[in-house]
Design a binder for this molecule. Structure first.
Ligand code: GLN
Ligand code: ZN
Length: 746
């Protein structure tokens, strides 16, 4: 019989119960025991939802982050935290406290989930503190769960760590592995023949190639521990290059992502001819579309031909952490669309359906429903729009007229900005009042006139302030926007929004990505009214503010029934039309933000060229209607451009603002070395901190960047949008920024 599994399950709770109790605890409105109570309730409930699955994950649950749980379990605690213990320690590591800064946080592979980065040094001494893990196991046993136990593997743990003393983190591998061995022994002594899913997703990336050499030594040790079955699991891409070593280390099973990883016949043969049990990840853990079960059946039949049924499990491609919880609260979604979707709970049904059908159980009604749903999507007129298709097919203009060199001359004549022009990245502080106002308007509690006036007042204040401090290029402040992608999604056709489709981003933070489900078009201008209003208040140049196509795609759940290229083209055309409307309404500078451009990079080098080409194509198309005299800015939220400078150049923006405030002028050098020609605004004010930089400090920063790039090509700006800051911080900081610039100009 073929069995089923789930790689991992979302933990935040279908009503975000974990989030709310954590936040109450952090603000001292709840006891820690109440947090644990909620956690136990959630675990029980989640086990119950998964009761028909043959292997349910245990230890996928945690209060903040699972890497953090490993940091604590192996006692990889940086010295500054050593006086703390228990929950105080745990949350201080994650969030810092009044005197200690937290551990760093960064993106988990190419997802929008963020993990806590272990901070190691050559003095790190691992020692096992298995309490949380053992508690998880006992709790699951008490609740009679058909379990496998999840751990992050030691190679991935180290690969995702950083050392603070430049030592080689892999020098610590033997010590860490020794502690893992103890842990595995303890788990096996509690439950004989326990299956341990050891996750090693680093091997799905090109970075993992240098680490393959560690697999055999480490996993041979693990395989010799008595009474347990080790499952070596990777996800998000293929890891075909590890199969040989995994087989030779003699462990029990291997997990492969067959949704995001390519299928390789030879690899399957290798697995088939070994003793490995195969965990086939076939149900998409990263996206929200109902699977085409017939296609999945066909695929697994291929596996079945070679692999004995008793050695085959079917399940998710990765943890379901990355999709929303359930469709059951989505009362406002279009019924057709809802019928094409599948969130975590619904995916469980897909897995059992697939398993049952493979095992010859008659579930033809359910299969029929699945077939009908997918067929209706293929032909639906709410998805496929002739006019959008025609426009894409008949496109003739893909980029701007004239080269950068020709354009910039025209722009400088037209815009007449001074040397070292000052500007900001777009948003000004989002006050509580503003948020309340937007929510009230959305809920229909206030009418459009009240709302519009409120936003206009905010814009007025922004413009007045920017004029007072004498900034050169102004912005309207983005008060009408909740989020830089959601705002545009709501204005475009082809997007839908869930009521409760939350996905954990980090800790208690969740996001609700838009669903890009259909051909995209722009029924009406999206920003022109606000920007032209702002422009009407000032003689200075008002910069229009848009989000770019690559970022819109990267932060949405994107349809899987159309090529990414075509979807990106459609979104790009909508942005292009908006730029055209803005320039025709007298807006002379327009910024197209690509905040998520770099994070969309593929995990495997062999896919980078495709990503870059289609991203460049989409960005160029989105700006293709800009007149030569219209200056196009872009902004990217990072500072490391070494690997991507040629791609940035090919995007052909006139000005790029970047996040270099924390790295001095070091990272800027690549712009010079690569012969980058366009104008650059290296952020000189770090907006990620409440600190107000002084005039002297910023003069120094400007001097440092002037050592690298000529003043004729430099802009002076903060390093990102100001929406998370307070006015008390923003006002003096920007005032100092302008003053520092004036000093540097002479
Ligand atoms: N224009 C946006 C803002 O200022 C850009 C945000 C971002 O880059 N993350 O908020
Ligand atoms: Zn930014």
């Amino acid at each position: 019989m073929i069995k089923s599994f789930v790689t991992g399950f979302p933990r935040i709770g279908e009503k975000r119960e974990l989030k709310f109790i954590l936040e109450k605890f952090w603000t001292k409105k709840a006891e820690f025991s109440e947090v644990l109570e909620v956690a136990n309730e959630l675990k029980k409930r989640h086990y119950n939802y998964q009761k028909d699955i043959d292997l349910v994950s245990v230890n996928d649950f945690c209060l903040y982050d699972i890497m953090l749980d490993h940091i604590v379990a192996f006692n990889a605690i940086p010295k500054r935290f050593c006086h703390l213990k228990d929950e105080e320690l745990y949350f201080a590591l994650a969030r810092g406290n009044s005197s200690l800064h937290a551990l760093e946080m960064t993106k988990w592979f190419n997802t929008n989930y963020h993990y806590i980065v272990p901070e190691l040094s050559k003095d790190t001494k691992f020692s096992l503190n298995s309490k949380k893990f053992i508690d998880e196991l006992n709790f699951a046993i008490e609740n009679r769960v058909n379990l496998k136990f999840n751990l992050i593997g030691p190679i991935t743990f180290l690969a995702l760590s950083k050392t603070i003393d430049d030592s080689d983190k892999f020098d610590l591998l033997d010590d860490l592995v020794a502690e893992y061995e103890k842990l595995l022994g303890e788990l096996a002594s509690i439950k004989k023949d326990i299956i341990i899913q050891i996750e090693e997703p680093i091997f799905s990336t090109s970075k993992g190639e240098n680490l393959v050499k560690f697999i055999k030594p480490v996993y041979t040790k693990f395989s010799s521990i008595k009474d347990l079955k080790i499952l070596f699991s990777t996800y998000f891409e293929h890891s075909t290059n590890v199969i040989k070593d995994v087989i030779e280390s003699g462990i029990w099973g291997i997990g492969q992502d067959y949704v995001y990883g390519k299928f390789c016949e030879k690899c399957l043969d290798l697995i088939a001819n070994s003793n490995l049990t195969l965990f086939a990840g076939v149900i998409d853990g990263r996206n929200i579309w109902k699977s085409d079960i017939s296609k999945k059946l066909e695929f697994i039949s291929k596996l079945k031909e070679k692999i004995n049924q008793n050695r085959l499990y079917v399940g998710t491609s990765c943890s379901l952490l990355h999709v929303p919880f359930s469709l059951k609260y989505e009362d406002n979604l279009d019924e057709n669309l809802k019928n094409w979707l599948s969130f975590a709970i619904e995916k469980l049904d897909e897995i059992t359906l697939l398993r049952d059908l493979l095992n010859g159980v008659d579930r033809s009604d359910d299969l029929d429903k699945n077939i009908k749903a997918n067929q209706s999507r293929k032909t639906s007129t709410i998805v496929h729009k002739k006019s959008v298709r025609n426009r894409v097919e008949n496109l003739t203009k893909f980029q701007r007229d004239l080269s950068f060199e020709e354009r910039i001359k025209i722009q400088r004549d037209e815009l007449k900005y001074p040397i070292l022009p000052t500007t900001t990245i777009g948003s000004f502080p989002q006050t509580t009042e503003l948020r309340q106002m937007r929510n009230a308007y959305k809920k229909g509690l206030i009418d459009s006139e009240v709302y519009t006036n409120h936003i206009k007042d905010y814009i007025k204040d922004c413009v007045k302030f920017q004029e007072e401090i004498d900034l050169d290029v102004l912005v309207h402040g983005e008060p009408e926007r909740n989020d830089m992608v959601e705002y545009f999604g709501e204005m475009l056709d082809g997007f839908a929004f869930t009521s409760n489709g939350w996905v954990q981003s980090y800790g208690s933070r969740c996001v609700k990505p838009p669903l890009l489900y259909a051909d995209v078009s722009r029924p009406a201008a999206m920003t022109v009214e606000w920007i032209t209003y702002a422009q009407s208040l000032t003689q200075k140049i008002m910069k229009g503010m848009l989000t770019g196509p690559v970022t819109i795609l990267n932060w949405s759940f994107v349809r899987d029934d159309e090529s990414k290229d075509i979807v990106a083209t459609q979104v790009a055309l909508a942005i292009a039309d908006e730029i055209n409307d803005l320039q025709n309404a007298g807006i002379k500078i327009i910024q197209v933000d690509e905040a998520a451009f770099k994070e969309g990079y593929p995990l495997r080098d062999e896919n980078i060229k495709d990503y870059e080409n289609s991203s460049i194509k989409a960005f160029k198309l989105s700006t293709s209607l800009a007149f030569p005299k219209t200056q196009i800015h872009t902004h990217m939220c990072y500072s490391e451009f070494n690997d991507i400078i040629k791609t940035i150049e090919a995007m052909d923006a006139d000005v790029i603002s970047i996040e270099t405030a924390r790295s001095g002028n070091e990272l800027l050098k690549i712009f010079k070395e690569a012969g980058y020609k366009a104008e650059v605004g290296p952020g000189i004010y770090d907006i990620h901190s409440p600190r107000i930089p002084s005039v002297e400090e910023m003069v120094k920063q400007i001097e440092a960047i002037l050592e690298v790039l000529p003043k004729e090509r430099l802009w002076i700006n903060p390093d990102c949008g100001l929406k998370t800051r307070k006015w008390e911080e923003v006002k003096p900081s920007l005032k100092n920024l302008v003053e520092a610039t004036k000093i540097s100009r002479v």
